[in-house]
Design a protein around this ligand. Structure first.
Ligand SMILES: O=C(O)c1cc(=O)[nH]c(=O)n1[C@@H]1O[C@H](COP(=O)(O)O)[C@@H](O)[C@H]1O
Length: 305
């Protein structure tokens, strides 16, 4: 048996860890979105106790089948301190079980405030330490610099909102400057440059893992969020998704209506190596029966190829 790839503690970048996880388990990322209605549908109480049972069942279905879990922080925050304790617990359990955790908190603020958020969500020693965080660049891409610094320090990743899956996002994201470049296009270009620079700094620091033959080709550690429902807009508006081998987190598959064909067509050549597809309600609505949950996961994995 080959020994597992060295992990984050050995200095392996997020992009290398993600590429390895996708090679082993495929491109499905299970979204841990405990909607209140789902708790009720699963026969659970709408409180932290219900949340804890829900998360445990989802985690058990994911272990050994899925490489990445994306908790949606809002559904924990709404239950206050007790809800956030459940989030902390499930993140630690998932990471201990070998899953990568993307905290979907969509943080975005200025200067030292952004540094505070980034430390909270990316320091692996912290209560909410995740492997990666979703961030909003709509205070200006440069406002993310403290998060980029934290990602470098903690061998973590960022997913920068570029072309979100909701139709109203296009009002901002497809606005064009005098040269006809869209806001999303500018964000994608700046994220690619940041991802390449981060990769070079890891290499200069002699990171383990990325050069390990078991790792194969790594992905960048700074990625984009591009909706499954909106990916086709990238090519239409000249937005380069291939630059920097960025990981592309694609929510919108399943419950929001996008299917595998739409994903393949929308992402084109980037689909094969770079796209990580999130499904939350599409999987979770099949619970609480453990066999139904695992069947939904396996079906989605096969569908996504
Ligand atoms: O950043 C995200 O994950 C995200 C970005 C986006 O553009 N659209 C989007 O749906 N999401 C998140 O992805 C998940 C989608 O959930 P389902 O529609 O139930 O699969 C939710 O947690 C959303 O907050």
């Amino acid at each position: 048996m080959t020994s597992p790839l060295p992990g984050r503690a050995a200095g392996v970048s997020f992009g290398a860890r993600l590429a390895a996880a996708m090679r082993t388990h495929g491109r499905l990322c299970v979204g841990l979105d405990p909607h209140p209605q789902l708790l009720t549908d699963w026969g659970l109480t709408q409180d932290a106790a219900g949340l804890e049972v829900f998360c445990d069942r989802v985690l058990q279905a994911c272990i050994g089948r899925v490489g990445v879990l994306k908790p949606q922080v809002a559904f924990f925050e709404r239950y206050g301190v007790a809800g956030m304790q459940v989030l902390s617990q499930v993140q630690h359990q998932a990471r201990a079980a070998g899953l990568l955790v993307i905290a979907d908190a969509k943080r975005g603020d200025i200067g030292s405030t952004m540094a505070g958020y980034a430390e909270a969500w990316l320091n692996p020693e912290g209560d909410f330490g995740a492997d990666a965080l979703t961030v909003s660049p709509y205070l200006g891409f440069g406002s993310l610099q403290p998060a980029l610094d934290a990602a470098a320090r903690h061998r973590a990743g960022l997913f920068v909102l570029a072309l979100t899956s909701n139709p109203e996002g296009q009002q901002v994201q497809l606005a064009q400057n005098a040269q006809g470049v869209t806001v999303a296009g500018q964000i994608a270009a700046e994220a690619a440059a940041a991802s390449i620079a981060l990769g070079q700094s890891h290499t200069a620091a002699g990171s383990a893992g990325a050069e390990d033959p078991r790792a194969g080709a790594a992905l960048g550690s700074i990625g984009l969020v591009v909706g499954a429902t909106t990916a086709g807009l990238a090519a239409q508006h000249g937005i380069d998704l291939a630059a920097g081998r960025m990981p592309l987190l694609a929510p919108g598959y399943g419950a929001q209506g996008a299917g595998a064909e739409e994903l393949r067509a929308g992402f084109g050549e980037s689909y094969a190596e770079q796209v990580l597809v999130n499904s939350s309600r599409g999987i979770l609505s099949q619970g609480p029966d453990p066999d139904s949950l695992t069947r939904a996961i396996e079906l989605a994995k096969t569908d996504l190829g």
